[in-house]
Design a protein around this ligand. Structure first.
Ligand SMILES: NC(=O)c1ccc[n+]([C@@H]2O[C@H](COP(=O)([O-])OP(=O)(O)OC[C@H]3O[C@@H](n4cnc5c(N)ncnc54)[C@H](O)[C@@H]3O)[C@@H](O)[C@H]2O)c1
Ligand SMILES: O=C(O)C(=O)C[C@@H](O)[C@H](O)[C@H](O)COP(=O)(O)O
Ligand SMILES: [Zn+2]
Length: 363
């Protein structure tokens, strides 16, 4: 097991990464001692529940009464309706301020359960147990929330977990396309800060998931999480450099909302957004970042790099204007003057719209 500590003046928590951690007494004994839970409330989804809920529940029942709620798998569950159902259930069960919420699942469960924890009784502790590759990103840093038809993650809170327990054994059952989706966020960390990471990802992503050894997975996770850790430690609430973690997301989130949540995975949308951001960077800074060659590489890894034909460029622009990074409706995007060097800049909407039109898939 490897452990990374996330620390700032206002928070401190461990990220444990290793095999079979769901049932690790070493990990759970320490957390139970620290949190003294009156009960546990596991929030998970239908796909994860059938594989891992029993295992976790029997571990936790050794320490305190353990209850759970299973939400429908998929992005559509990051909604007001599901959020309200969770709160109603928690209230009816009488969970108190010492109840510890457990987010067992991918980023959808993590964001939803985290937001529930942030707001239930004005805040109860929660633990992130990521089960997707993508959730190496979502489980760290305390961004929690739900979607609104007007935009991705528009309702939420910064609320840090008490711990992140990454049992990499769970990744063995992840479908291939979800594996690829998660790699998009690893690649993002590479583009903004660690270009060496990009090379090792290229090797791994083209290997069938069953053939990747646990050590390689752990190393990639560790390196990628470490990029995120450093940034959120310095800028928890996105007053500055945390916005760099949004590379590819201005366009990516607009595509997700435009298509309808769940029609494309978050990672797939972010990959398209990153390829567009590379092209915008080349125009904006008049540099050559080899964007065409990056697009080819990403295509060979199975990613789509063009904006889906059903998206309307004008409508994407309107959504981008409502992005959380916008100020007075000016679009602000993370661009790269060179690889590994991010910058948040205001960009002209007509200039962006022309590039979006060029990047639309042909019908
Ligand atoms: N808070 C943040 O900082 C942050 C960062 C990145 C992404 N996100 C959010 O994360 C979400 C995407 O997360 P995701 O890609 O994990 O999606 P997800 O949670 O929907 O999981 C993807 C799919 O994999 C299934 N699954 C999960 N674990 C599994 C396992 N071990 N075996 C088999 N199937 C499994 C799920 O049921 C789901 O069908 C988006 O909503 C995105 O906005 C948040
Ligand atoms: O942690 C962050 O900060 C990120 O931007 C990470 C992103 O990968 C993630 O998708 C995040 O939820 C996007 O945040 P948002 O503020 O644009 O909703
Ligand atoms: Zn993301």
């Amino acid at each position: 097991m490897q452990t990374l500590m996330v620390e700032s003046d206002t928070f401190r928590y461990p990220i444990h990464i290793g095999s079979n951690l769901l049932q690790s007494n070493q990990v759970w004994d320490g957390l139970v001692k620290q949190l003294s839970p009156s009960s546990f409330f596991i929030i998970t989804d239908t796909n994860v529940a059938k594989r891992y809920l029993d295992r976790l529940q029997s571990q936790l029942e050794q320490y305190a009464q353990t209850d759970y709620m299973v939400v429908e798998a998929g992005e559509a569950s990051k909604s007001f309706v599901t959020y309200e159902r969770l709160l109603t259930y928690a209230l009816k069960q009488g969970f108190d301020r010492s109840t510890v919420i457990i987010a067992l699942g991918g980023g959808v469960v993590g964001d939803l359960a985290g937001f529930t924890a942030a707001t239930y009784l004005r805040g109860v502790p929660y633990i992130q147990i990521p089960t997707t590759l993508l959730a190496h990103d979502s489980s760290v840093g305390g961004k929690t929330g739900i979607n609104h038809s007007e935009g991705k993650n528009m309702i939420g809170a910064f609320y840090q977990p008490a711990a992140v327990i990454y049992d990499v054994t769970t990744l063995k059952t992840l479908p291939e396309h979800e594996w690829r989706s998660g790699m998009a966020e690893v690649i993002k960390h590479g583009f903004i800060q660690n270009t060496k990471l990009l090379q090792s990802v290229k090797r791994t992503v083209s290997t069938p998931i069953g053939d990747i050894n646990a050590e390689s997975i752990e190393n990639i996770l560790y390196t990628s999480i470490d990029v995120k850790r450093q940034i959120v430690e310095r800028d928890e609430k996105e007053k500055g450099e945390r916005a760099f973690l949004n590379f590819g997301h201005t366009v990516g989130h607009a595509i997700e909302a435009e298509l309808g949540y769940g029609e494309i995975t978050h990672g797939e949308a972010v990959m398209i957004g990153m390829m567009v951001a590379l092209k915008v960077s080349e125009h904006y800074y008049e540099v050559d970042l080899a964007s065409n060659s990056w697009c080819e590489d990403m295509k060979s890894l199975g990613f789509s790099v063009r904006i889906p034909a059903s998206c309307d460029s004008r409508s994407l622009i309107e959504r981008m204007k409502r992005d959380k990074k916008s100020l007075q409706s000016d679009i602000r995007m993370v661009l790269l003057p060179s690889l590994g060097v991010p910058n948040l800049v205001k960009v002209d909407s007509t200039f962006i719209e022309n590039i979006l039109k060029e990047e639309l898939e042909e019908v």
